[in-house]
Design a protein around this ligand. Structure first.
Ligand SMILES: [Zn+2]
Length: 297
């Protein structure tokens, strides 16, 4: 039996799990809070203590991480987000800790792959886009039934496509990226400006659900922007399906609003919309499955 030690590195938590590669099920799982210090040595120490108990039972390590994984090195479209962890040698460091073959990919790409393999037994899907609308907006692309990771690890970073050229400046260096206009963070920022009081995205969403029209308009603008993105990418890539995830994407009515905006467009712009099914372990299971498959080829 081949066993993968899967690791999911996010902004708030780091999860590790032993995954049975034949069944793609989690055997054992553990998680810690992501160290708030952005010093490489502190992250390395945290990873070492999290991973050590699992090492003897694993054949290889598969990492899903926030940011861009460019040839095993962690970076980001907005390197300021990573602070001292920009250019962190993620794969080399975990290989040093575990002494196991180690592979890494972006977390949204990993989640996209897991959503895809969870769907395909029942669906004839070739070209799928996974969109997560959460604190930020991310995604992963499956084309011709294969995940696209990109030569530089960038593929699927849909949060940084522009929806309003006069919109707010984004940390990536562009103006009006969809992440600055439609993410949970953006919903909170727009609501805070409008109501002249500090609101989180979740609080603005709750106001909308309680019938506040101004809050509802903010949510609708977000869903409309995501629908435009879906239409653009569908006509570019001939997508047949879109999987929507994330705390905003899965919030009540959000997907329904996206569908409403898509329904106003001609049929070619309307792929099949599916709600993400896989939950918090999609990154772990997606990375385990993707790299198990890459090894067997
Ligand atoms: Zn951007």
């Amino acid at each position: 039996m081949s066993v993968c030690l899967a690791v999911d590195i996010g902004g708030t938590k780091i999860a590790a799990a032993l995954v049975d590669c034949e069944t793609n099920h989690i055997i054992e799982r553990c998680q810690i809070a992501t160290p708030q210090s952005q010093q490489p040595a502190i992250l390395s120490a945290a990873l070492a203590s999290l991973l050590r108990p699992f090492i003897n039972q694993a054949n290889f390590v598969a990492i899903a991480s926030t940011g861009i994984i460019d040839n095993g090195i962690l970076t980001a479209l907005n390197p300021d987000n990573l602070g001292g962890l920009n250019k962190f040698e993620l794969v080399d460091e975990i290989q040093r800790i575990t002494q196991l073959p180690t592979y890494a990919m972006n977390d949204a790409q990993a989640a996209a792959w897991y959503e895809y393999i969870s769907l395909t037994p029942n669906n004839n899907i070739n070209n799928m886009l996974f969109i997560t609308v959460s604190t930020g907006i991310g995604g992963g692309l499956v084309l011709n039934q294969q995940l696209q990771t990109g030569a530089r690890g960038i593929s699927g970073h849909i949060g940084h496509t522009v929806v309003n050229a006069n919109g707010p400046m984004c940390g990536c260096g562009r103006q009006g990226c969809i992440e600055k206009v439609a993410s949970g963070t953006a919903i909170g920022e727009i609501g805070s400006l409008l109501f002249d009081c500090l609101y989180s995205g979740q609080e603005v969403y709750q106001l909308a659900l309680e019938g506040n029209n101004d809050a509802l308009n903010i949510i609708h603008s977000s869903a409309a922007a995501v629908a435009e993105l879906i239409a653009n990418l569908t006509i570019t890539l001939d997508l047949d399906s879109i999987v929507i995830g994330g705390s905003v994407g899965l919030a009540p009515n959000y997907c329904h609003y996206i569908q409403q905006y898509l329904n106003e467009k001609p049929a070619l712009y309307r792929p099949y919309i599916i709600l993400a099914q896989s939950g918090a372990d999609a990154g772990l299971l997606g990375a385990a499955s993707w790299f198990a498959q890459q090894q067997s080829h």
